[in-house]
Design a protein around this ligand. Structure first.
Ligand code: AHR
Length: 311
């Protein structure tokens, strides 16, 4: 995607600010709230004219927001796709209008790789693998032997982090723990606290012997904790919990002993995104996938890490 005219962001002086149309997934989780704040403040800092819309977790809203940005002739479009499929038509419209598209946070499946320039975001499959490795540590620390009966709270159905975290976790489980670990129940809680609470309550009704919960994000784990306590069980003890994100409330639950381990997924993508958007607008070459660096945290590290968490 080449620079469209001579007024690129690098030209300084009185040139017009680069305009960026950004379609956010929604406001489903603490991670998302931190991501939105990061994108908005980084755009301001970078002098980018940000047009922001919240799709309330609906693909049709994202598609119409993107069409709106095409009609407004923004310089660059960025979006975090709620699900992986169904984007080709609108991405082709952006391409026809010569507006480069940058994906952030989540990826898409497309028949034509030229429909977007790059993805700025995490490796979710690896997060799933890291969650399985974290569970190994948690089980060893708890001294839990015997059958490991796992409940899985999946993210939004069809979303990249739900598909890929599930896949990465299963990959390690099937390769190394086939005889002792079993996912006994698995369902989407839509990455929300309310979803996690409701689905976990149903899990506990149908499977009273669950001893592990793998939640695809902290918010669902926090919702699930409420249902576990309501059922008279101790989260973090009777049911060991591993989740993904590392948001402030997740760290609070972990420092209280209610979550056993967290795989970090960093939402502070704004500064990197703005840098990439400027480069793309200037016609510079960028990597196809700009991966986020992240860490894993156990209960022992939670209290010490909590005061310095940035989201
Ligand atoms: O795409 C990132 C995921 O989306 C986060 O892990 C989850 O909390 C959010 O809703």
């Amino acid at each position: 995607c080449a620079k469209k005219d001579g007024s690129g962001s690098g030209s300084g002086g009185g040139s017009k600010a680069l305009s960026l149309g950004f379609s956010q997934v929604g406001a489903e989780s603490g991670w998302r709230a931190a991501n939105t704040t990061s994108v908005k403040s980084a755009a301001k800092e970078a002098g980018i004219n940000l047009k922001f819309s919240d799709a309330q977790q609906k693909q049709e809203n994202q598609i119409s927001a993107i069409r709106g940005y095409i009609a407004q002739k923004v310089d660059v479009i960025a979006f975090s796709p709620v699900v992986v499929t169904g984007w080709d038509a609108v991405l082709k419209e952006a391409k026809a209008a010569k507006i480069p598209v940058v994906l952030t946070d989540r990826s898409v499946e497309t028949s034509d790789s030229s429909l977007y320039v790059t993805l700025v975001g995490s490796d979710f499959t690896d997060e799933g693998r890291r969650a399985a490795r974290m569970l190994e540590k948690v089980l060893a620390k708890a001294g839990l032997k015997g059958p490991v009966k796992i409940a899985q709270l999946e993210g939004t159905t069809g979303a990249a982090p739900a598909i890929e975290r599930g896949k990465g976790f299963k990959e390690i489980m099937d390769a190394e723990h086939k005889s002792d670990w079993k996912i006994v129940v698995s369902q989407s809680g839509d990455f929300t606290r309310a979803g996690g609470k409701q689905v976990m309550a149903a899990f506990l009704q149908s499977h009273s012997d669950i001893n592990v919960l793998f939640a695809h994000n902290d918010d669902m784990a926090i919702g699930a904790i409420q249902s576990i306590e309501a059922a008279g069980k101790k989260p973090g003890k009777d049911i060991l919990i591993v989740s993904v994100d590392g948001v402030h409330d997740g760290f609070v639950a972990m420092s209280q002993g209610k979550i056993n381990g967290i795989v970090e997924c960093n939402p502070l993508l704004g500064p990197q995104l703005m840098e990439v958007v400027k480069k793309v607008h200037d016609g510079q070459k960028v990597e196809r996938w700009i991966k986020t660096k992240e860490s894993d945290y156990t209960q022992d590290q939670a209290k010490a890490a909590l005061p310095t968490r940035k989201y």
